[in-house]
Design a protein around this ligand. Structure first.
Ligand code: HEC
Ligand code: HEC
Ligand code: HEC
Ligand code: HEC
Ligand code: HEC
Ligand code: HEC
Ligand code: HEC
Ligand code: HEC
Ligand code: HEC
Length: 306
C-alpha cells in the first residue's frame, strides 16, 4: 500500500518532470520567413526607449504580415520615426500602434507605459534653473517600486529636460506638491526642503564674488568634504543656493560678517578662524591666486595654528 503510493508519486514526479523537460527543447523554433525579423525594432526618435517585437505579434498573437504591412507600417526599420505623427497623440487617434493598442484589441497605448517603453539607465541631469540635481529612475522603480504611471505623464513628461523649460520647476512649487514634491513631502518620501544633499550636488568650482570688492573666494569642498559640514548648515538660512545671490545683497560686507551674518556665522574665531584675521584666506591676492592654482599657502595663515 505504502509502496504503491510512493511509486505513484514517483511516477507523477517523473511524468511531470518529463513533461517540463520535453517542453523546453520542443519549443517551436522562430522562423523569420513565417513570422518576420527576429531582431527587435528599436526606434531612436522621438524617444530612444521603445522596442517592438515581431514574435509577440505574429507567432504569439497570431497576426498576419498584412495586418500591419504596409498600411500601418512600411517594411523598413526606422521608417516610422521619420514621420512627424509617430507620437502617442497620434496613436490615441488610432494610427500606428494605436490601430490595435486602443484598450480593446490590445492594451491601450495610454496605459502600461512600461510594456512598450524602457526607462533610461542614465541619470537625468537638469541644467536649469541650477546645474546640480540628478534623478535616478532605478531608485524610484526597482528600489521604491513605483510604476511609470505614478510619474508619467501627470507629474513629468516622458522626455529628459522637459521640466526644466517650465517656470515653476522650483523648490517653491515642490512645496505646493508639484513635480518631485508630489511625493517628497515628508510623508511618502523625505521632504524636499530637507536633505538638500540627497538631490543636489555642490558645485566643484571655486565661487568668486566681485562685489563689493574683488575678489573673495569660497570653496565647497573644504567646507563639506574636509570639514564635514552638511548643506543645511549654510543653505538656505545663510546662503541662497545660487551663485551670485549674496553679492546682490547690500549687507554682504565685513561689518555684517563681524555681526555674525553670512561667513561670519562660523568665521567668528570659535567655530572657524575669525573674519577679522587672515584677510588673504578669503580675499585672493597674489598668494590667493597661487593658492587657487594649487600652491601651498606659505605664511598666509598668521594664527591659524598649522
Ligand atoms: C503588429 C504589426 C506588425 C506585423 C503583424 C508585422 N510587422 Fe513587420 N514591422 C512592423 C513594424 C512596426 C516595423 C518597423 C517599421 C518602422 O520602423 O517604420 C516592421 C518592420 C518589418 C521589416 C523591416 C525590418 C528591417 O530591419 O528593416 C520586415 C522585413 C518586416 N517587418 C517583415 C514582416 C513580416 C514578414 C511579417 C509577417 C510575418 C510582419 N513583418 C508582420 C510591424 C509589424
Ligand atoms: C495589429 C494589431 C497590433 C498592432 C498594430 C500593434 N500591436 Fe502590440 N499587441 C497587439 C496584441 C493583440 C497584443 C497582445 C495582447 C495584449 O497584450 O493586449 C500586443 C502586445 C504587445 C506588447 C506586449 C508584449 C508582451 O510581452 O506581452 C507590446 C510591448 C506591444 N504589443 C507593442 C506594440 C508597439 C510598440 C506597436 C507599434 C509599433 C504595436 N504593439 C502595434 C496588437 C497590435
Ligand atoms: C503600445 C506601446 C506603447 C505604450 C503602451 C506607450 N507608448 Fe509611448 N511611444 C510608443 C512608440 C512606438 C513611440 C514612438 C517611438 C519612440 O519615440 O521611441 C512612443 C513615443 C512616446 C513619446 C514621445 C513622442 C510623443 O508622443 O511625445 C512619449 C512622450 C511617450 N511615448 C510617452 C508614453 C507614456 C507616458 C506612456 C504611458 C502612459 C506611453 N508612452 C505608453 C509606444 C508606446
Ligand atoms: C518617480 C518618478 C518617475 C517614475 C516612477 C518613472 N519616471 Fe521616467 N522620468 C521621470 C523624470 C523626472 C524624467 C525627466 C523628465 C524631465 O526632465 O522633464 C523622466 C524621463 C523619462 C524618459 C525620457 C528619457 C529621455 O532620454 O528623454 C523615459 C523614456 C522614461 N522616463 C521612462 C520611464 C519608464 C518606462 C518608467 C517605468 C518603468 C518610468 N519612466 C518611471 C520620472 C519618473
Ligand atoms: C511618485 C513619488 C516620487 C516622486 C514623484 C519622486 N520621488 Fe524621489 N523618492 C520617492 C521615494 C518613496 C523614495 C525612497 C524613500 C525615501 O528615501 O524617503 C525616493 C527617494 C529619492 C532619493 C533618494 C535616493 C537614495 O539613494 O536614497 C532621491 C535623491 C530622490 N528620490 C530624488 C527625486 C527627485 C529629484 C524627484 C523629482 C525629479 C523625485 N525624487 C520624485 C518617491 C518619489
Ligand atoms: C527631492 C529632491 C530635492 C531636494 C531634497 C532639494 N532639492 Fe532643490 N531642486 C530639486 C530639483 C529637481 C530642482 C530643479 C532642477 C534644477 O534646478 O537643477 C531644484 C532646484 C533648486 C533651486 C533652484 C530653483 C529655485 O527653487 O530657486 C534651489 C535654490 C534649490 N533647489 C535649493 C534647495 C535647497 C536649499 C535644498 C535643501 C533645503 C533643496 N533644494 C533640496 C530637487 C531637490
Ligand atoms: C559653508 C557654507 C556652505 C555649505 C556647507 C554648502 N554650501 Fe552650497 N553654497 C554656499 C555659498 C556661499 C554659495 C554661493 C551663494 C551666493 O553666491 O550667493 C553656494 C552655492 C551653492 C549652489 C549654487 C550653484 C549654482 O550654480 O548657482 C549649489 C547647487 C550648492 N551651493 C549646493 C550645496 C550642496 C549640495 C551642499 C551640501 C553638500 C552645500 N551647497 C553646502 C555655501 C555653502
Ligand atoms: C557653517 C560654518 C561656516 C560658514 C558659514 C563658512 N565657513 Fe569657512 N570654514 C568653516 C570651518 C569650520 C573651516 C575650517 C576651520 C578653520 O580653518 O578655522 C572653514 C575654513 C575656511 C577657509 C580656509 C580653508 C582652507 O583651505 O584652509 C576659507 C578660505 C573659508 N572657510 C572661507 C569662507 C567664506 C568666504 C565663507 C563665506 C562665503 C565661509 N567660509 C563660510 C566654516 C564655515
Ligand atoms: C571668512 C572670509 C573673510 C575674511 C577672513 C575676510 N573677509 Fe573681507 N569680505 C569677505 C566677503 C564674503 C566679502 C563680501 C564679498 C565681496 O566683497 O566680494 C568681503 C568684503 C570685504 C570688503 C568690502 C566690503 C566692506 O565691508 O567694506 C572689504 C573692504 C574687506 N572685505 C576687507 C577685509 C579685510 C581687511 C580682512 C582682514 C582683516 C577681511 N576682509 C577678511 C570675506 C572675508
Amino acid at each position: 500500500m505504502k509502496i504503491r503510493v510512493i511509486m505513484l508519486s514517483l511516477m507523477i514526479l517523473l511524468v511531470s518532470g518529463g513533461v517540463i523537460a520535453a517542453n523546453q527543447p520542443t519549443e517551436e523554433p522562430y522562423d523569420e520567413d513565417e513570422y518576420g525579423p527576429a531582431e527587435p525594432i528599436v526606434w531612436t526618435k522621438p524617444l530612444k526607449s521603445v522596442t517592438f517585437s515581431h514574435k509577440t505579434h505574429t507567432m504569439d498573437a497570431g497576426f498576419e504580415c498584412d495586418d500591419c504591412h504596409d498600411e500601418l507600417f512600411e517594411m523598413e526599420a526606422g521608417a516610422a520615426q521619420e514621420l512627424d505623427d509617430f507620437t502617442m497623440a497620434s496613436f490615441s487617434e488610432g494610427n500606428y500602434c494605436g490601430a490595435c493598442h486602443d484598450g480593446s484589441t490590445a492594451f491601450a497605448a495610454d496605459s502600461q507605459c512600461g510594456s512598450c517603453h524602457t526607462e533610461p539607465e542614465e541619470t537625468i541631469v537638469w541644467t536649469k534653473p541650477l546645474k546640480s540635481v540628478s534623478f535616478s529612475h532605478e531608485t524610484h522603480t526597482a528600489d521604491a517600486g513605483f510604476a511609470c504611471e505614478d510619474c508619467h505623464d501627470e507629474l513629468f513628461t516622458m522626455e529628459a529636460g522637459a521640466a526644466q523649460e517650465l517656470d515653476d520647476f522650483t523648490m517653491a512649487s515642490f512645496s505646493e506638491g508639484n513635480y518631485c514634491g508630489a511625493c517628497h513631502d515628508g510623508s511618502t518620501a523625505f521632504a524636499a526642503d530637507t536633505q538638500c544633499g540627497s538631490c543636489h550636488t555642490a558645485p566643484e568650482q571655486t565661487i568668486v564674488w566681485t562685489k563689493p570688492v574683488k575678489a573673495v573666494i569660497f570653496e565647497h569642498a573644504t567646507h563639506t568634504e574636509d570639514m564635514g559640514l552638511d548643506c543645511e548648515s549654510c543653505h538656505d538660512e545663510l546662503f541662497v543656493m545660487r551663485i551670485g545671490a549674496a553679492e546682490q545683497q547690500e549687507d554682504f560686507t565685513m561689518k555684517s560678517l563681524y555681526a555674525g551674518n553670512y561667513c561670519g556665522a562660523c568665521h567668528d574665531g570659535s567655530t572657524a578662524f575669525a573674519s577679522d584675521t587672515r584677510c588673504t584666506s578669503c580675499h585672493i591676492g597674489v598668494r590667493g591666486y597661487a593658492r587657487m592654482s594649487g600652491a601651498a599657502e606659505e605664511g598666509a595663515s598668521t594664527g591659524s595654528g598649522h
